[in-house]
Design a protein around this ligand. Sequence first.
Ligand SMILES: [Zn+2]
Length: 95
Amino acid sequence: MTIFELMKLIQTKEGAVNIFRRIRWQNGILCPKCGIYESAEKHSKNRLGLQKYRCICGHVFSDTSGTALHKRRIDVRHFLIALYEFSQTKGITIG
Ligand SMILES: [Zn+2]
């Protein structure tokens, strides 16, 4: 993916959130509390469009739980661009 392709995909907040989700949960949705994959159901969405999940253990977490974005007012798009630049220097593929 080039930076231009990334910019195009994250033009909308929804698009950015979708990409973020794809990177974050590439191995499946993982409950940060009990560590079980795919144990959570979709809960509500917050005002940024981030999905919340409720695990069978009762723990509620969101797309950003356990990441640098959690409880910070960083735009997902800024985060993805930073991640992209990081991936370029470290040779990690995203998308
Ligand atoms: Zn759990």
